[in-house]
Write a protein that binds this ligand. Structure first.
Ligand SMILES: CC(=O)N[C@H]1[C@@H](O[C@@H]2[C@H](O)[C@H](O)[C@@H](O)[C@H](O)[C@H]2O)O[C@H](CO)[C@@H](O)[C@@H]1O
Ligand SMILES: [Zn+2]
Length: 328
C-alpha cells in the first residue's frame, strides 16, 4: 500500500473564499486520498462587501467586524473540504485586506499590499520549512485578476519559496527546503467561453439573485489552452466544493454549477480545476497534461503517471535549461 501521506500540498491565498473558489475540489480530492493539505491565507478579507442583508452590519464602514466573521466562514469551509491545516499568515490580523486596486485602503498601515515582501515572506518561510511541501499552489504574477492582495500573495509566495531553499537564510526558521513544483491557478479560455455561453441562457435573477452574467476576464487566471499543464478532475468532490463556497456566505451565493460574488454577476463553478506549472518538472508525457499535482515526484507516494518526469522543465525553474513554455 503506498504511503500517500508523504504527499504534502501547500496553497497560499489572499482572502478567505479564494481557496474554495480556485481549488476547493483539488483540496478535497487530496485531503480525501491521504495527502497533507495546508492552506495559508494572507488576510481576513476585512474590506469585503457583504451579500446577506442581515450581515451588512459587519461591513468595514459600519462595525468593521467582517474579518473575524470571515475567519469563521473559512473554518467552516475547511471542514467541508476535509482540510485540517489552515493558517493565517503572521497570525490573525497581521496583514489587512487592501481593498480593490486604487482605493484609499491600499495605503493603510497594515494593508497587505504595502507590506514589504520580505517581511511577509519570512512568516511563510517558517511554514514551508515546517510543512516541507513538494507542491505549492498560488496565483500568477497578476494575481489572477489584478487584485492587489492577490498580486502581493504571488510575490510573497514565490519569494518565500526561494528563501526557504537558501541555506544561508534565517536558519532559526528551520532547515532549508526546496519545493519541487510551483503551480499557478488557471482556467483555459475555451472552457471558460463554453461555460459562459451556457450561462447566457439562464433565466435571471434565479436562486442566486443574479443581475446578469459576468465577463470571462472576471474569472481569475483565464489563459490560452496551451499554457494549461495540469488539470485535476475533482468532479467526485463537487458537493464538497459547493458546500465550502456556501460557507463563505458573506461573499458567495451558489446556484448549482454557477455562483455569484457580491457583484451579483453569474460565473461558472468549476469542478475540474486547472493549473500552469510555473516552476519544476512536468510528470506527464510530452504534449499531455498532468492529472496529478504530484506527477513525476518519486517518493511522494503517488504518481498515477507512474514514470519519472520526462525532464520537461517549467519556466523559472532554477537551473532550467531554458526548455520552457508549451513544451512543459
Ligand atoms: C474573490 C475575491 O478575491 N474577492 C475579494 C474582492 O471582493 C470583490 C470586491 O468586493 C468587489 O468590489 C466586488 O464587486 C466583487 O464582487 C467582490 O468579489 O475584494 C475584496 C476587498 O479587497 C475582498 O475582501 C474579497 O475577498
Ligand atoms: Zn481574493
Amino acid at each position: 500500500m503506498k504511503d500517500l501521506s508523504a504527499r504534502r500540498l501547500l496553497l497560499v491565498h489572499a482572502h478567505p473564499d479564494d481557496e474554495s473558489i480556485n481549488n476547493g475540489a483539488t483540496m478535497a480530492l487530496y485531503a480525501a486520498t491521504g495527502a497533507q493539505v495546508t492552506l495559508v491565507t494572507c488576510t481576513l478579507g476585512e474590506e469585503g462587501e457583504v451579500i446577506p442583508p442581515g450581515l451588512a452590519h459587519l461591513a468595514p464602514d459600519r462595525e468593521d467586524r467582517l474579518g473575524p466573521h470571515r475567519r469563521a466562514e473559512l473554518a467552516a469551509a475547511m471542514k467541508e473540504l476535509g482540510v485540517a491545516d489552515h493558517r493565517l499568515l503572521g497570525g490573525a490580523g497581521r496583514f489587512r485586506d487592501s481593498g480593490m486596486m486604487g482605493v484609499e485602503q491600499n495605503r493603510r498601515e497594515r494593508a497587505f499590499w504595502r507590506t514589504p515582501v520580505d517581511e511577509a515572506a519570512g512568516y511563510l518561510v517558517e511554514i514551508i520549512r515546517s510543512v516541507r511541501p513538494q507542491v505549492l499552489v498560488t496565483y500568477d504574477p497578476d494575481g489572477g485578476y489584478g487584485h492587489p492582495d492577490h498580486i502581493q500573495t504571488h510575490r510573497v509566495a514565490v519569494r518565500a519559496a526561494d528563501l526557504a531553499a537558501e541555506r544561508a537564510y534565517r536558519r532559526d526558521l528551520g532547515d532549508p527546503h526546496t519545493i519541487d513544483k510551483i503551480y499557478w491557478n488557471r482556467v483555459p479560455r475555451p472552457v471558460a467561453e463554453e461555460r459562459f455561453a451556457a450561462l447566457r441562457g439562464v433565466p435571471l435573477p434565479g436562486p442566486a439573485g443574479a443581475l446578469g452574467v459576468g465577463a470571462i476576464d472576471d474569472v481569475p487566471g483565464v489563459v490560452d489552452d496551451a499554457r494549461i499543464t495540469t488539470e485535476i478532475d475533482g468532479s467526485a468532490h463537487a458537493a464538497r466544493k459547493a458546500a465550502a463556497m456556501r460557507a463563505h456566505a458573506t461573499q458567495i451565493t451558489v446556484d448549482g454549477d454557477r455562483f455569484v460574488l457580491s457583484n451579483l454577476l453569474l460565473q461558472p463553478l468549476f469542478t475540474t480545476e486547472y493549473y500552469e506549472l510555473a516552476q519544476g518538472v512536468s510528470g506527464a508525457p510530452a504534449g499531455e497534461r498532468e492529472r496529478d499535482l504530484f506527477a513525476g515526484l518519486a517518493g511522494a507516494g503517488s504518481s498515477p503517471d507512474g514514470g519519472p518526469a520526462d525532464g520537461r522543465t517549467a519556466p523559472g525553474t532554477p537551473g532550467a535549461s531554458g526548455a520552457v513554455g508549451a513544451a512543459v
